[in-house]
Design a protein around this ligand. Structure first.
Ligand code: GLA
Length: 508
């Protein structure tokens, strides 16, 4: 062994032998598509106490609190600013030499996850680096309406099922399936690529797709040749949520590129924008892209994704938005879907209307985490809410039962009703809720929901719905007329299920 390799060995040994938690720990997540995300943990042990800070991807440093050491086990909390709210996350971990396995609590039905850290130095951390300075934009002038999305957009989006593995092939196969399985005829027109399509920028700053998308223009041409439309995804921040290139400081250029490719829809996701902007500038930040799209020379539906922050329903349409997310991300679970659909949409109805819609996030129907009864509730509730109907499953493999749910034309007609009035909750008795929306021509759509653990009788009273006189009742899942009722209708609704009705006034 020569001197150099001995020196190297000593150096490598000294960098892996740990005297305890003190030092700099790095977790590198590398995804199959080559993208990496780094989380840094700076720890200082003092007896049984642990201090330090954590730097998560696209976030400022956050100090740790309540840090404790007990043998090989450590635990601490991190309080982060989440759009003005302090959000505490509790972590626990196990230390073995230069490895630290950190357990992250689950969110919204997600399981507990683990993250593996490697010790990269034993340096004692100083104070956390200060937050990066943020840009404040002056309020923007209202962006004129683009005249699109007179009814809620319908189609498919790649994220819920394919996430980072979306590719040209997946998008083409999905378009083929949409034509073949009847979804196109039912109105599902937009084939939307979510995060993970982006590559790097060229010398002139033009965004290029990554290897999974050899030719975006050719892909758009293919989608258009099927009589469908194509959507894409970006962020006002430097990076997207999955750490790909965002549109920061390239807004006009990207809007023009998207138009040149033939893009018809963009989802614009806040993600890392809090790293560069004061989040109170959010409306102005979204107005910037709204205007850029308007000047792009192509009609492009503009979908805002900022998790409902700053009451986006009150300004989403003014910045040129055709829809705005009203909540955090949906998961494929009853808890997540029902919480988002029932609890988080209250009071939002007045803001929806032709051209501008509340967006409770994309559909999970067919992804396997809920029963078909629950998926029927999902479809019914989203249609009552006049929500965008973006399927989120693998359409090339969907079962006939799932296709029946997505293709129920009577339910789709509720979502697409031209009056564009979103449902409100008109009664609630414990787990039993009735939601109703007026339809064009004086009819009403009414959902009788049972959020409880066993079958229960749910009653819709015409006085609650806002209907005067008797009504003809039709069941939209059974496709059956149920006769005329004078003032109410009751139905035995299974646990987590729905009876969805259309009521036509039968007398004046
Ligand atoms: C955010 C959005 C999701 C999805 C992912 C992609 O979490 O809310 O809908 O677009 O980013 O990274």
């Amino acid at each position: 062994m020569n001197k150099l390799s001995v020196a190297f060995l000593v150096l490598s040994l000294s960098s892996v032998v740990s005297a305890g938690p003190t030092g700099h720990w790095l977790a590198k997540q590398t995804f199959p598509d080559g993208q990496t995300r780094e989380t840094s943990l700076w720890l200082k042990a003092d007896g049984n106490t642990l201090t330090g800070y954590m730097i998560s991807p696209n976030q400022d440093a956050a100090p740790i609190s309540n840090g404790k050491i007990s043998g090989n086990e450590i635990s601490f909390s991190v309080v982060r600013d989440n759009f003005g709210e302090q959000r505490k996350t509790d972590y626990s971990g196990t230390l073995t030499n230069d490895k630290l396995t950190l357990r992250l609590p689950g969110f919204g039905g997600r399981r507990v996850r683990e993250m593996s850290f490697q010790q990269v130095s034993t340096e004692i951390p100083g104070p956390p680096p200060p937050p990066k300075p943020k840009i404040s934009l002056p309020p923007a002038a209202d962006v004129p309406s683009n005249g699109l999305a007179k009814t809620p957009p319908m189609g498919w989006n790649s994220w819920n099922k394919f996430a980072r593995s979306v590719s040209d092939r997946v998008v083409r196969e999905t378009a083929d399936a949409i034509v073949k399985n009847g979804m196109k005829d039912a109105g599902y027109i937009y084939v939307n690529i979510d995060d993970a399509w982006q590559g790097t920028r060229d010398a002139q700053g033009n965004i290029r797709p990554n290897d999974k998308f050899p030719d975006m223009k050719a892909l758009a041409d293919y989608i258009h040749s099927k009589g469908l439309k194509i959507g894409i995804y970006s962020s006002p921040g430097p990076k997207t949520c999955a750490n790909y290139e965002g549109s920061f400081q390239h807004e006009e250029q990207d809007a023009k590129t998207f138009a040149a490719w033939g893009i018809d829809y963009i989802k614009y996701d806040w993600c890392s924008a809090s790293q560069v902007y004061d989040y109170h500038s959010m409306p102005a930040v979204y107005a910037k892209m709204g205007l850029a799209l308007l000047h792009s020379g192509r009609p492009i539906v503009y979908s805002l994704c900022q998790y409902g922050v700053l009451k986006s329903e009150t300004w989403g349409a003014k910045v040129g938005g055709n829809s705005w997310r009203t909540t955090g991300d949906i998961r494929d679970s009853w808890e997540s879907m029902s919480h988002i659909g029932f609890d988080e949409q209250l009071d939002l109805a007045p803001y929806a209307g032709p051209g501008h819609w509340n967006d409770p996030d994309m559909l999970e129907i067919g992804n396997g985490g809920m029963t078909n009864t629950e998926y029927r509730t999902h479809m019914s509730l989203w249609s009552l809410l006049a929500a965008p109907l973006l399927a989120g499953n693998d359409l090339s493999k969907a079962s006939p039962e799932i296709m029946d749910i997505l293709l129920n034309k009577e339910v789709i007609a509720i979502d697409q009703d031209p009056l564009g009035k979103e449902a409100t909750r008109v009664s609630k008795e414990g787990d039993l809720e009735v939601w109703a929306r007026p339809l064009q021509g004086g009819a009403f759509a009414v959902g009788l929901f049972n959020r409880g653990p066993s079958t229960a009788k749910v009653t819709a009273r015409w006085s609650d719905v806002g209907l005067h006189g008797s009504a003809r009742v039709r069941d939209l899942w059974k496709h059956k007329d149920l006769g005329v009722s004078a003032e109410a209708f009751s139905s035995d609704v299974p646990s987590h299920g729905v009876t969805l009705l259309k009521l036509e006034p039968a007398s004046k």
